[in-house]
Design a protein around this ligand. Sequence first.
Ligand code: SAM
Length: 203
Amino acid sequence: MRKSVEEFASAFDDWAEEYDEDNDFEERRVMESLVVEHASPGSADTVVDFGTGTGAIALKLADDADEVIGRDISTGMLEQARKKAAEAGIENVEFGTGRFRAPNVAEADVVVTNLALHHLCDAEKREAVRTIADLGPRRIVFGEAMYFDDRNPVDPLFSPDTVYPSTVGHMVDAITAAGYAVTAVERVHEEAGVLVAERFDGW
Ligand SMILES: C[S@@+](CC[C@H](N)C(=O)[O-])C[C@H]1O[C@@H](n2cnc3c(N)ncnc32)[C@H](O)[C@@H]1O
């Protein structure tokens, strides 16, 4: 049975304090650095990080961007993110509540999201990609659980109770339907990777 947004928010609230320590595994580290590298914001850019969690990626991008806005459904995770920003003296990052369906942000130059969209089903991911596109970013970077190969792996990388990967094909379809071209595909694992999308303004 899929969890609701409220159930996810509560589960991440409970996990927030231990999240960074518990969630430190090779594929995640690689995805995080690929998302940061591909986001590559300019000094005048506003970056939005959806499902920012404890702000790992948002905080890494702050140095290069004008401002970074982190959005999440879990107040516990956001509290950790704010604490980390304060400890690091980072002032151009704002963390607040927002979800893919109701982002609580008006526009962005670059959008990133890492390991958050995979809590949605295929149809919801399509809708989320459209909502992100409506913010008008020139680039979107998706670090996600997604099937490059077998849809029913014997030993899944992520728990099927909480992570609902789509195929890479579904993600690419959703991105192109929203008016973006996929410009890079990074396969990190057969069930995880990074897709980079640039706004397609015509030939
Ligand atoms: C696995 S964590 C990833 C956090 C962070 N992006 C990272 O790479 O460490 C997933 C995050 O997505 C958030 N999340 C889940 N569903 C969401 C939704 N519908 N809208 C926004 N955030 C959501 C959770 O609260 C959680 O903080």
